[in-house]
Design a protein around this ligand. Structure first.
Ligand SMILES: [Zn+2]
Length: 216
C-alpha cells in the first residue's frame, strides 16, 4: 500500500539530507524517483543539503498541478516509482492534495519533507495540509540546537541581526551584504518567546549593567 509520509522539523534538522538518502537508496535498487522542490538554497531545479550533496529536481511553479505532471510523465512512457517533495512547506495546500491523489490513484509512495512552522511559530499552509492528509508524520529529531544548548524547536527570522515576528511568511534568507540582511536561526521555545538569538544573548552578556559586580 502506497503512503504519503511527511518528514518534518525545524530548519537544519536534516530533512534534505534524508531526502537525498532516500533518493540514493532507491536509485541504487534501480528505482526512479520524481523529485520536486521549491526555493532550494542551491537554486532553481536543485535539491541540496547543508552537507553539500545536491541532485537535480523539478522546480514547482505557482499553480503547477503535481498530479497532472506525473500523469503526463508516465503517459509519455517515462518512469516514476516514487515521489520526493522537498521544501514542501512552500507548496500550496492544493498541491498537497494533488500529492495525496498521486498516492491513491497512481499507487506511488510520496515522501514530503518540510519545515513545520514559520518564524512566527505558525504552521505553513503546505505543512498544515500535510499534517491533515499524511498517512504518517515523522518528526525529525536531528540535533538542531539552540545557542543555549537546548533542542531547537522553533525557527527565528532576523533582520540586521535582530529577531522579528512580523513580515511575509516566505522570504528566502541568507541575503548578505546589507544592513537589513535577513537571516534565520533555530531556537528553543523559551528563547524564541523571549526573542533572544545568539547575537542578542552575546550582546546582553557583554553589556556593562550585567557584568558581575567586583568588590575590589
Ligand atoms: Zn535556548
Amino acid at each position: 500500500m502506497s503512503e504519503l509520509v511527511f518528514f518534518c522539523g525545524t530548519m537544519d534538522c536534516g530533512k534534505s539530507t534524508l531526502a537525498l538518502q532516500i533518493e540514493h537508496n532507491r536509485s541504487a535498487r534501480g528505482l526512479v524517483g520524481m523529485i520536486f522542490t521549491r526555493n532550494d538554497r542551491a537554486g532553481e531545479g536543485k535539491l541540496s543539503s547543508r552537507l553539500g550533496l545536491v541532485t537535480d529536481a523539478v522546480e514547482v511553479e505557482d499553480g503547477a498541478d503535481l498530479y497532472a505532471h506525473l500523469v503526463d510523465h508516465l503517459s509519455q512512457g517515462r518512469r516514476a516509482d516514487y515521489v520526493i517533495a522537498d521544501e514542501a512547506q512552500f507548496l500550496d495546500p492544493e498541491q498537497i492534495d494533488q500529492l495525496a491523489r498521486v498516492v491513491d490513484d497512481l499507487d506511488l509512495d510520496v515522501y514530503a519533507f518540510g519545515i513545520t512552522t514559520d518564524f512566527r511559530s505558525k504552521l505553513f499552509p503546505g505543512s498544515q495540509r500535510l499534517v491533515e492528509l499524511a498517512d504518517r508524520v515523522e518528526v525529525l529529531q536531528v540535533e538542531a540546537l539552540c545557542w543555549c544548548g537546548a533542542r531547537a524547536t522553533h525557527n527565528a527570522r532576523t533582520v540586521g541581526g535582530v529577531m522579528v515576528v512580523e513580515g511575509a511568511q516566505v522570504v528566502v534568507g541568507d541575503v548578505t551584504g546589507s544592513a537589513d540582511e535577513i537571516g534565520y536561526e533555530v531556537l528553543c521555545r523559551r528563547h524564541h518567546r523571549r526573542r533572544m538569538t545568539a547575537a542578542t544573548a552575546r550582546a546582553a552578556a557583554l553589556a556593562p549593567d550585567v557584568l558581575p559586580v567586583s568588590s575590589g
